[in-house]
Design a protein around this ligand. Structure first.
Ligand SMILES: [Zn+2]
Length: 350
């Protein structure tokens, strides 16, 4: 299917009044917003931005066109009313499934999908993805952290955000939020052949995974890193996470599926995302990772980003080695890195 932006521009170009009420377009040069069907002079595409509602356009400093009166709602057809309601729910990232959305407006799922695609011109998924990406860009300017922005934009978790494709969003560099002030962090630990794995999680996702023989040292490090958070042990609540990590150490579970709540600069996040794409049993060199993120000369910076990774196993920085075949560094010890790689390659060989 086409992108929402293309569909909307075509509606503006054709003065398609069937799209009236479904969105408004605003012209940066005149600071006026219109219905798609407005008869006023056509703007250049590069000066146009779109808003789901008249209210959004007003909030961004645009005023309503006197000719087409886009601030007045005069939606009459039941199909349009239903689709507009679904748009509002998708924009709020209510988390409802297509079936639930359909039920909410009294449609069958199939009928809603068809009506939505007919009226809006893209699928519900594309609509929501586009809206989230736009919200993300807006939110990043004001949010205290990348994670906050991710959550406020409706991604729900770092995981969902990664699924979307973080590299497209032009993220601003952010620093770790104020010692975790106001956060409630729970942790647990699990014994493995490599030592103790200590994992901590906010309510959004895993924020720290450490590997060491010395548990008390890791707990101290956790308190130091999140000096202003409330931190408590929760073995029961995190048992699933602990099991995945114990399996990952043995080479028979994939820790990349854990939801994450971590922060980094835009560059670090690109590197971490590239690391999450390396399957168990495989390795990449620092130079390959640099090439994969489109910065082939940033080999040393890739190394630093690997070193800055706070979630061992879930962001598998142990799968990155030097071009000469030597292991390079590892925050949790070179023996641990080599043992992890050995376990994974043993599993990978049929
Ligand atoms: Zn107008």
């Amino acid at each position: 299917m086409e992108e929402l932006d293309d569909v909307r521009w075509r509606a503006v170009e054709n003065r398609d009044d069937r799209q009236d009420g479904l969105f408004v377009y605003a012209v940066r040069t005149t600071k006026v917003y219109c219905r798609p069907g407005c008869g006023s002079r056509q703007p250049l595409r590069r000066n146009v931005e779109y808003f789901a509602t008249a209210n959004d356009a007003q909030l961004h400093g645009y005023r309503a066109c006197r000719r087409c009166r886009p601030e007045r709602s005069d939606v009459e057809s039941p199909a349009r009313t239903a689709v507009i309601e679904v748009c509002r729910r998708l924009e709020r990232s209510s988390g409802e499934s297509p079936a639930e959305l359909a039920a909410a407006v009294g449609y069958s799922e199939r009928h809603l999908r068809r009506t939505f695609a007919e009226l809006i011109g893209v699928s519900m998924t594309t609509y929501q993805r586009t809206h989230r990406a736009l919200t993300m860009r807006d939110t990043l300017r004001d949010a205290p952290s990348v994670t906050e922005a991710i959550i406020e934009s409706g991604y729900g978790s770092m995981r969902a955000f990664y699924d979307y494709d973080a590299t497209q969003l032009g993220m601003a560099p952010q620093r770790y939020r104020d010692g975790g002030r106001g956060e409630r962090i729970r942790y647990t630990s699990v014994e493995t052949p490599l030592g103790v794995v200590l994992v901590a999680s906010t309510r959004r996702g895993v924020c720290s995974i450490q590997v060491s023989p010395d548990e008390s040292e890791m707990v101290a490090a956790l308190h130091a890193e999140f000096a202003r958070a409330s931190i408590e042990r929760d073995d029961e609540g995190l048992v699933d996470v602990a099991l995945v990590l114990a399996g990952a150490v043995r080479g028979d579970a994939d820790a990349r599926r854990l939801p994450l709540d971590v922060e980094g600069t835009a560059f670090q996040i690109r590197v971490w995302e590239a690391l999450r794409a390396i399957p168990p049993g495989e390795t990449r060199t620092y130079a390959q990772v640099a090439a994969a993120i489109g910065s082939p000369r940033a080999v040393r910076a890739v190394g630093s980003a690997c070193g800055a990774n706070v979630v061992a196993l879930a962001v598998p920085c142990h799968r990155v080695v030097r071009s000469d075949g030597s292991l390079g560094g590892y925050r949790w010890g070179i023996e641990t890195k080599s043992a992890l790689l050995r376990a994974e390659s043993d599993r990978a060989v049929p």
